[in-house]
Design a protein around this ligand. Structure first.
Ligand SMILES: [Zn+2]
Length: 292
């Protein structure tokens, strides 16, 4: 059974993203006419920006929010006020990062950066010295980047599927990932090898698998759970005959603290035929560990 292999380094997809006022004002241009009531709290600011805000939904022609993400808020107000239009200047699309509006930037970001300053003081440091002045901002930005997958929908990467007359194993090897150990908030990183046997010729683009791996890695994780989540996501989205995932991870919480000299761990998850059929499994393992 031939395997198709590929190494992929797709661009990182969006994480937290600051929305400038300019973009906000541009989006406000399409606000509907009439009296406006805003859903607390983001919607209240949007309503205020129209200059037509009123104090109760009953007095309004339009109910506004700052963003429509899941659509749950819009649905709730549609049920409560079926005759009133619901509007938001921003709409979240699948794969979009987490948007931070101008009115959200200061308090949340500032407060969280202050907690880093306090940790620096706790360690006996002076957070005002030159080398540390920007550290709180960098620490929070790095944490947001390393957990950016929490604000993405992993199934979105696998939604686009196509059919190809192929029931052979598909294998993507040595996908680099970086994750954050949930016990110490220290990074672990390594590579993932992901293989599956399609059912009814249903496959996904090969670049989607590294994106899935990265999305699931970019959150607080354990390597075992990450391995299983990747396998389960593929099985669920594709209904594949078999899914196999092997991860290697170097855990800095172990290597840096000298707990174990190596800190290198291998985990695997085998589903479907890779779990039940020894022949299929050994074929997967041979290809996964084969020549590079
Ligand atoms: Zn750890």
């Amino acid at each position: 059974m031939p395997a198709r292999t590929a190494a992929h380094h797709p661009p990182e997809v969006g994480t937290a993203q600051a929305v400038p006022w300019e973009t906000t004002y541009a989006a406000m241009a399409s606000a509907p006419a009439g009296a406006v009531w805003g859903v607390p709290r983001g919607g209240q600011i949007i309503a205020g920006l129209t200059g037509r805000a009123v104090d109760t939904p009953d007095a309004a022609d339009v109910i506004v929010d700052d963003i429509i993400d899941s659509g749950a808020t819009a649905h709730r107000y549609d049920c409560l006020y079926p005759l009133k239009q619901f509007w938001a200047p921003f709409r979240k699309r699948p794969g979009d990062g987490w948007l931070i509006f101008p009115w959200e930037q200061d308090d949340t970001t500032q407060e969280i950066e202050d907690t880093v300053r306090r940790q620096l003081e706790f360690l006996g440091e002076d957070p005002r010295r030159e080398g540390l002045r920007e550290t709180p901002r960098r620490v929070i930005a790095a944490l947001q980047e390393l957990t950016g997958g929490m604000r993405q929908d992993p199934s979105a990467f696998l939604a686009v599927q196509f059919t190809e007359p192929c029931d052979d194993m598909v294998l993507v090897r040595d996908i680099p990932y970086a994750s954050l150990c949930e016990h110490h908030l220290l990074p672990f990183h390594g590579t993932a090898t992901v293989g599956y046997i399609p059912r009814n010729n249903r496959i996904v683009g090969l670049s989607k698998i590294p994106r899935l791996v990265r999305c699931l890695a970019r959150r607080l994780q354990t390597q075992e759970r990450l391995t299983h989540q990747i396998a389960q996501a593929l099985l669920k989205a594709l209904g594949a005959e078999a899914v196999g995932v092997i991860l290697t991870g170097l855990h800095t919480c172990m290597t840096l603290r000298g707990v174990r000299s190596q800190g290198l761990m291998t985990t695997s998850a085998m589903l479907g035929a890779f779990r039940d059929d020894p022949r299929a499994r050994s074929e997967f393992l041979a290809l996964a560990g084969g020549q590079r």
